[in-house]
Write a protein that binds this ligand. Structure first.
Ligand SMILES: CC(=O)SCCNC(=O)CCNC(=O)[C@H](O)C(C)(C)COP(=O)(O)OP(=O)(O)OC[C@H]1O[C@@H](n2cnc3c(N)ncnc32)[C@H](O)[C@@H]1OP(=O)(O)O
Length: 127
């Protein structure tokens, strides 16, 4: 059944799940999905901080439904919280399949990024 809920956040990344990204069961490997979310969160956090960022923590991640080969994975980001140097990003990943007719929420999670200065040290950013 297609999911009736609407995605929360700003569409930050779209990519296609390829055969090379599968696990032994033939579905897309969870680590691939996590890495796409990490990339999307990094884009959102870097834009917010206006600097380079690194991932310091993944506070929560739930795999709700499998991703299939050929799905278009769409990652939506919301800046949930900012600290002195840290940015907490809530993310939802949705898969569009059957030529985008179906939209399924496949994961959500909360990732924390830290803004870095040129020497790689945590750096405060304007609030
Ligand atoms: C191992 C990997 O390759 S993971 C992939 C990529 N990520 C990395 O390489 C990052 C590796 N980690 C690091 O380089 C360091 O831990 C850094 C630069 C991220 C942080 O350095 P620290 O000396 O811990 O910095 P510091 O203690 O000042 O904390 C910086 C901010 O991160 C927050 N923070 C630190 N650890 C955590 C955590 N586990 N969860 C949530 N927030 C955290 C702090 O609260 C602080 O936020 P604030 O400034 O908004 O108050």
């Amino acid at each position: 059944m297609p999911h009736q809920e609407e995605p929360k956040g700003e569409l930050t990344l779209r990519t296609v799940a390829m055969p090379a990204d599968t696990n032994p069961a033939g579905d897309i490997f969870g680590g691939w999905v996590l890495s796409q979310m990490d990339i999307a969160g990094g884009i959102a956090a870097s834009e917010r901080a206006n600097s380079r960022v690194v991932t310091v923590a993944i506070e929560a991640m739930t795999f709700i439904a499998p991703v299939k080969i050929g799905d278009v994975l769409c990652v939506y980001t919301t800046i949930e919280k900012t600290g002195t140097t840290s940015i907490t990003v809530y993310m939802e990943a949705w898969a569009r399949r059957n030529r985008a007719a179906d939209r399924v929420k496949v994961t959500d999670g909360t990732f924390v990024y830290v803004a870095l200065d040129a020497s790689g040290k945590p750096s405060s950013f304007a609030q």
